[in-house]
Design a protein. Sequence first.
Length: 277
Amino acid sequence: MIKTSNLDRFVETIARLRAPDGCPWDREQTHKTLARYLLEEAYEVLEAIQSEDADKLKEELGDLLLQIVLNAQVAKDDGKFDMEEVAGLINEKMIRRHPHVFADADAETPEAVVDQWQAIKAKEKAEREAGGKAESILESIPKAMPALLQALKISEAAVNQGFEWEREGDVWDKLDSEISELKEAISNPDLKEPLKTAQAQEEIALEFGDVLFCLVNVARWHALNPEECLLLTMQKFRKRFYEMEKAASKPLKELNPTEWNDLWEEAKRKLSNKQSL
């Protein structure tokens, strides 16, 4: 008797759900309707990683796998490709981009592996474009990617082409300059004129974006992922705010500034003590 893996059985389960006599909800799904769930599950995986809860991570990875297999089944039902082809394609890519493991190339450090990966990727791109219209190196970065992560990827792509500051101090100088321009935009008197407000607000938004992009580059210089940094900060804020809600003796909306500050500092102390135990 041939033993069937859990993954094979799971693919069969999804195919059964999508069958004519299967589940009405699953049958009506498309790549577009599933997009929101794919994004949600990816973020829940990230949250599970940050919580360092192995059981939760295992569960969330399964939920993410559901979205991958379900999308592959939708494609199969449309006569495009199936899960076997998806797995085969990524397996071939991993072997092709790890010649130091599966061939005779040398890459003794993580940095050398990354450089090799980028070189192979660039070669593959050049081969695809041979005889056709060349695309920007930024085209491979999804426009639907979260803004901070997208900014990091764009910055890294530009740096790989040599577009980089000579020293970290130059990045900080640029940040100071962009902050000054943001303050200037915010103080624009046109904000008080109804007919000019929209244009002035757009200018503020652009300058604010420039500040964020500079901060992303600061993060990159220190090998930090700005998306993960902000998620960690929001996680910290959630915990502190929850402690404040528990400790408040009256509705939060009725607190004065001094009471807010006292609760905030107490929440910080409580969480700090828990971490030190």
